[in-house]
Design a protein around this ligand. Structure first.
Ligand code: KIV
Ligand code: ZN
Length: 386
């Protein structure tokens, strides 16, 4: 496999589903897992099997269903978690156990009341135990974003020696700056013995709105897996958004980093996840928001009507969205009005456009947007038609 390939690890059904109100039943999870598999993700994190009988059942059903992607179950560094995850994954073609432990000062001190050496011991034991069930073991160093790099390198080295082949470096609290997160990945690449046989993975949270930037910085510094969710859903402010990172890599080919994602499915799967989870997508959301390809100011509309690329850096069709739209508001200019009027059957001369435009502005100042029906109404009442 090319070293320029970035693996996409989707955690919509695990980290994403942790969001209050987003809980799904097994049937809904199967529907999303099937779409994720067709989308081309490399790994589907199906759940946290020990957390509830329902989650166990969903992970097991997803493991039976999925044909292409690796199916992964999350565990703590606890024997029973690992054993239960292995049972849930028994039917998977490509099973992965994702186990780990907190490594930052605050996690070691407050959560585990353990010394750094004890944390390493528990990490090693968990990886070895997971390895007794499956070949593919991913280790996460929770709160790696706030973990001292030297200690993090020691933990990673021990996890690799114990058999982990993927090392997840989560910015669990979404604290890092892109430069800092990238430097952390670079440090690990340069200082962990055995890292060349393993893959570093980015798992970034969005507490400061930096999840996507941090993940991109991670892969630019040597990570080769990104953990992300559809629509960026996840704990608190969410995770890295799958549609954002995959389109960033696609739209910047000079980075020479590729994924297996069929971008034309992005809008459809975003709507499926939003509707199934009852979690609306903000209109200004990059790539999949309702306004991602709609233009409303006169200057922009004039440019887009002349050539789409003046104000669009990607083709809406590439992400499965409908065409770009020209939205008529009180900020729209004559070019946009002429364009939309023509679409509904009015070919206006320059003089007619001048007259209609002033009627249009009077109407638009009193309304949020001007629809096709409104255009017909404005035409009917305008002096142009008299
Ligand atoms: O954010 C995080 O650290 C996690 C781990 C459990 C991987 O979700
Ligand atoms: Zn997380």
């Amino acid at each position: 496999m090319s070293s320029n390939r970035v693996y996409i690890f989707d955690t919509t059904l695990r980290d994403g589903e942790q969001v209050p109100g987003c809980k799904l039943n097994t049937e809904e999870k199967l529907m999303i897992a099937n779409q994720l598999d067709t989308l081309g993700v490399d790994v589907i994190e199906a759940g946290f099997p020990v957390s509830s009988p329902g989650d166990f059942k969903s992970v097991e059903a997803i493991a039976k269903l999925v044909k292409n992607a690796t199916v992964c179950g999350l565990t703590r560094a606890v024997e029973n978690d690992i054993k239960v995850a292995a049972e849930a994954l028994i039917y998977a073609k490509r099973p992965r156990i994702h186990t780990g432990i907190g490594t930052s000062e605050s996690h070691m001190k407050y959560k585990f009341k353990a010394t750094p050496d004890q944390i390493i011991e528990r990490a090693v034991a968990a990886v070895k135990y997971a390895k007794s069930f499956v070949e593919d073991v991913e280790f996460y160093a929770e709160d790696a974003g706030r973990t001292d790099n030297e200690f993090l390198a020691r933990v990673c080295e021990a996890a690799i020696k114990a058999g982990a082949t993927i090392l997840n470096i989560p910015d669990t609290t979404g604290y890092c700056l892109p430069e800092e997160y990238g430097a952390k990945i670079k440090y690990l690449k340069e200082n962990v013995t055995g890292i060349h046989n393993a893959i570093l993975s980015c798992h970034c949270h969005n507490d400061l709105g930096l999840a996507t930037a941090n993940s991109i910085s991670g892969v630019m510094n040597g990570a080769r897996q990104i953990e992300c969710t559809i629509n960026g859903i996840g704990e608190r402010a969410g995770n890295t958004s799958l549609e954002e990172v995959t389109m960033i890599l696609k739209q910047h080919p000079y980075l020479d980093l590729n994924t297996n994602i069929n971008s034309k499915m992005l809008t459809g799967i975003s709507q499926l996840v939003s509707e199934t989870m009852g979690m609306p997508v903000q209109p200004n959301k990059a790539i999949v928001g309702a306004n991602a390809f709609s233009h409303s100011s006169g200057i922009h509309q004039d440019g887009v009507i002349k050539h789409r690329e003046t104000y669009e850096i990607m083709d809406p069709k590439d992400v499965g969205a409908a065409n770009s739209s020209i939205v008529l508001t009180a900020r729209s200019g004559r070019a946009a009005l002429a364009y939309r009027a023509k679409n509904v059957g009015y070919e206006l001369t320059k003089l007619e456009l001048d007259i209609i435009y002033s009627d249009f502005l009077n109407f638009a100042d009193k309304n949020k947007v001007v629809t096709d029906t409104d255009i017909h109404q404005i035409m009917k009442t305008s002096t142009v038609s008299k």
